[in-house]
Design a protein around this ligand. Structure first.
Ligand SMILES: Cc1ncc(C[n+]2csc(CCOP(=O)(O)OP(=O)(O)O)c2C)c(N)n1
Length: 385
């Protein structure tokens, strides 16, 4: 008897898995041993795209949700605290009703000291966020997922099912579950240098150069700060999603969308600091290799939206890194004309592409903020159907 058969034969687990399996169509997360049987089930579904860390997983889930999917996110509660700002500043204000399956380490009886403080903070955090949450038990295994869905629809927020350590083991489920997959090594992508001597480019010129060549059926997801504010104030359109919270997750959101909707195309526009914040996402994107994603990095060498404090972008080697990670086409530009050309070409070529744009510091700062985040998310989701 394999593990899967054993799970399915095991009363409460069977019912629990059946109840959620019929109401989700994709998943992401970061493993925790306690959840291994659930993760094994989820990895059997057609769309299972794990994150490299819990923040990235939240970004991927947001992208799946924006693509019209019904994702489930799994992680340990320690990781939920890692991603707590992204849950609070991205999922909640955008009204993304995404269920989470979260290991409840640090609950009563915990023996590992590294879980004491995070365990104590878990329920207070969920209460402070006003999120529905419930602890999985034998008595509620058949009904808890339904309760979670009801709770999420009442709050228009994510909901959390907490799973205590030993829950699956206590149901007599033994043995390890293997979910490892073979990994192919990709040939480095092609780098095309289109930089012109003495060219100068400002943020607003660069954003307009991208925006002008994005067709209405292509989605555009932009990063936290002045990039989103400038696009919103000067060029708003319903195929644009502004990642006003979740700093550093813009490309993860784009990837979550891209893997969910291979027939659609998506452009991510983010700053160098945004990209550096979750640099590992280049590895994820290169690994999954969605050919419907064009990733534009607007590099002013600084945290421009703050007080132009220097970033360390010159040490990141975005172009070489992307090419090595599996991006198939990589462009370097420093003029509006070549930028528009590169975006147009990348969309037509339909290859996973990165466009690195050198710009100057400075530019306008007095833009209105995209405040209606839930409306923006809903409209984008509808527009991209
Ligand atoms: C978690 C978190 N940390 C810090 C910030 C503050 N913040 C807003 S925008 C930004 C920098 C954006 O820099 P970059 O992505 O390079 O784009 P630029 O502003 O230079 O166009 C920072 C640090 C934030 N919003 N969230």
């Amino acid at each position: 008897m394999n593990d899967l058969t054993k799970i399915v034969q095991d009363g409460p687990v069977k019912w629990f898995i059946q109840s959620w399996a019929s109401r989700i169509d994709c998943s992401t997360g970061v493993p925790c041993g306690v959840l291994r049987h659930f993760i094994h089930q989820l990895s059997q579904m057609p769309l299972h795209t794990p994150g490299l860390n819990e923040r990235e997983a939240v970004g991927i889930a947001a992208g799946m949700w924006l693509a019209g999917k019904k994702p489930l996110v799994y992680m340990q509660n320690s990781g939920m605290l890692v991603a707590s700002n992204d849950i609070g500043s991205l999922l909640i204000p955008c009204g993304m009703d995404i269920p989470f399956l979260v290991t409840y380490r640090g609950a009563e009886g915990e023996t590992a000291p590294q879980h004491f403080a995070t365990g104590a903070a878990t329920i207070p955090l969920l209460n402070a966020y006003g999120m529905w949450h419930g602890v999985l038990a034998e008595s509620n295994a058949e009904t808890l997922y339904g309760e979670c869905l009801t709770g999420m629809s009442a709050t228009q927020k994510p909901g959390v099912i907490l799973v205590k350590r030993g829950w699956t083991q206590s149901k007599g489920i033994a043995g390890e579950v293997s979910t490892s997959a073979s990994v192919e090594t990709k040939a480095p992508g092609q780098i095309v240098d289109l930089r012109q001597p003495d060219a100068t480019l400002l943020r607003e010129e660069a954003l307009s150069a991208v925006w002008q060549v994005v067709p209405a059926q292509v989605g555009l997801i932009s990063s936290t700060g002045l990039i989103s504010r400038s696009l919103f104030a000067r060029h708003h359109s319903q195929n644009q999603f502004y990642n006003a919270g979740g700093f550093g997750l813009t490309s993860a959101i784009g990837m979550g969308f891209a893997v969910s909707r291979p027939e659609k195309q998506i452009i991510v526009v983010e700053g160098d600091s945004s990209c550096l914040t979750n640099f590992g996402n280049l590895v994820s994107i290169g690994h999954h290799g969605p050919n419907n994603l064009v990733h534009v990095v607007i590099d002013n060498g600084a945290y421009g939206s703050c007080s132009e404090e220097p970033s360390i972008s010159q040490s990141a080697h975005f172009v070489q890194t992307a090419a090595l990670m599996g991006y198939q086409s990589v462009y370097q530009v420093n003029s509006a004309q070549k930028l528009s050309w590169a975006v147009t070409h990348a969309l037509a070529e339909r290859k996973l592409s990165l466009i690195h744009v050198n710009i100057q510091l400075g530019g306008d700062r007095n833009f209105a903020r995209p405040l209606s985040m839930a409306q923006n998310a809903r409209e984008f989701r509808t527009q991209m159907q």
